[in-house]
Design a protein around this ligand. Structure first.
Ligand code: FAD
Length: 433
């Protein structure tokens, strides 16, 4: 008999809650990863950087596993079918995984539970992806917080670093990995993908923590950590990262990690907000959804240099600075009056650190439809944002070098003042109705 540990968004062998518990039980543990075709088949880009990122992480784990005379069992297909096959192949006692809170993951798990249930195999999940999950930080009456500041206060009051940030010493039980070294990791090509040429983000963050509160708002400075993708895929442990922020007493950076928990909690309690506005009357808005303008926004050709710089940074690197995510998102929803969901989907396609909870949260925040959003009447002025956050135009020059050349650079596709009036009028109408 064996136990199986199913890797999903936790692609690491150190400080991994579920993996630790799986190994600790004593039965041989098969480390499993499934390339889920329900997800892969929907990706439009065959050189998707996230697939390369995952493949790279799997190769690293495989390498580490050789130390324990083991290797990853990697499958490709629809998880419910793969599990059907696995139950025939092995005498499985228990399946262990870390909880994934996204709506699709929950749906997938329900299907897999059914398959396993038929074979009387339990599926046990552990918290690993966040510091506090689900109902762990809620209001005194048990209801979820929908506003960040009181949530953060409660989050901080609940945190006991020795308890909540303690690492799970996986290697202590590493002898229990299933001894099998001949499983092969399929190549990217074998799963229908190509290697992305984007640079994958590194794992270091300590050097930015200290100055973060001073530098984080300036897009031309390398003042943020860029570890989003590592938190997304679990190649870094959120406990370790949070502990480092805690010990460095870098409140501003810790605050951002709390936002991450907050949005994960919101999506778990309100999964419908992945596609519907948190504020109900926001769905009355008559979006213009002008296709050519959307195209111009995607390509970084709106004639607003700060917006265009952000979109080009995203297109060329798979990452965009947070301040500019806010500016570009606000510009799409407010200046162009294009449905925030179009923008959310575009970011989802391009961001290496794409995470549904934070992306939807960020978009609803910028559009003004979110639970704790910018007031609808606040319309970011890209010109003023540039003067404050890119005063020497270093960032703009880096991404839009032709911005001052009228022969090469387009005129603004909308006039700021007119766009502002238009959106305020429409939002007011929608909210009155
Ligand atoms: P740092 O500033 O170094 O922060 C460290 C970590 O904290 C980040 O990696 C991230 O995990 C977390 N974090 C930071 N800011 C936020 C935030 N506002 N909300 C939630 N978590 C945060 N973040 C994503 O991880 N995935 C997304 O798909 C995503 N989409 C966004 C879309 C919009 C419109 C906006 C306004 C923000 C979005 N964010 C998203 C939040 C934020 O912009 C990114 O987390 C951050 O820019 C990533 O860069 P970094 O890793 O250098 O972060």
């Amino acid at each position: 008999p064996v136990n199986i540990f199913w890797f999903r968004r936790d692609l690491r062998l150190t400080d991994n809650a579920g993996l630790y518990h799986a190994l600790k039980q004593g039965l041989p543990v098969i480390p499993l990863f499934i390339f889920d075709t329900h997800i892969l088949d929907k990706l439009p880009d065959k050189n998707d950087a996230r697939v390369t990122f995952i493949h790279h992480a799997l190769a690293e784990m495989n390498e580490e596993l050789t130390r324990f005379s083991s290797s990853l069992c990697v499958k490709y297909g629809k998880p419910e079918e793969v599990w059907q096959e696995l139950t025939a192949e092995f005498d499985i006692r228990e399946v262990i995984a870390n909880t994934d809170y996204e709506p699709y993951a929950t749906e997938r798990e329900d299907k897999v539970r059914k398959v396993l249930g038929k074979n009387k195999i339990p599926l046990t999940t552990y918290k690993d992806q966040v510091i506090f999950e689900k109902d762990e930080v809620v209001k005194d009456d048990g209801k979820p917080y929908t506003v960040f500041t009181p949530y953060k206060r409660k989050w901080l009051a609940t945190l006991n670093p020795e308890l909540h940030l303690k690492a799970y010493p996986v290697t202590k039980y590493a002898k229990n990995f299933y001894a099998h070294t001949s499983w092969e990791l399929p190549s990217l090509k074998q799963i229908g993908f190509e290697k992305s040429d984007l640079e994958l983000p590194g794992k270091t963050y300590r050097d930015v923590i200290e100055d973060y509160h001073r530098t984080r708002d300036f897009p031309s400075v390398e003042g943020t950590s860029r570890i989003g993708a590592h938190l997304r895929f679990g190649t870094l442990s959120i406990r370790k990262v949070t502990l480092d922020a805690w010990e460095a007493r870098e409140k501003t950076w810790l605050n951002e990690l709390v936002w991450r928990d907050f949005y994960a909690m919101i999506l778990w309690h309100f999964p419908e907000t992945a596609t519907a506005a948190f504020r109900k009357n926001f769905d009355n808005i008559r979006w213009r959804n002008h296709e050519a303008e959307f195209e111009a926004w995607c390509e970084g050709k709106t004639g607003y240099p700060l917006v265009d710089a952000g979109m080009r940074q995203l297109n060329e690197t798979g990452w965009m600075h947070n301040r500019i995510r806010m500016v570009t998102a606000s510009f799409l929803a407010k200046h162009l009056l294009i449905d925030w969901r179009w923008g959310e989907a575009y970011f989802a396609r391009r961001l290496i650190d794409y995470d549904m909870a934070s992306n939807v949260g960020g978009w609803q925040w910028a559009a003004g439809s979110g639970n704790d959003a910018v007031p609808y009447f606040r319309v970011f002025n890209p010109q003023l944002q540039q003067e404050r956050f890119d005063p020497e135009m270093k960032y703009i020059r880096r991404w839009v070098p032709e911005f001052h050349d009228p022969f090469k650079y387009p005129k603004p596709i909308v006039d700021h003042r007119e766009a502002r009036e238009r959106v305020l009028k429409e939002f007011k109408r929608a909210f009155a109705g």
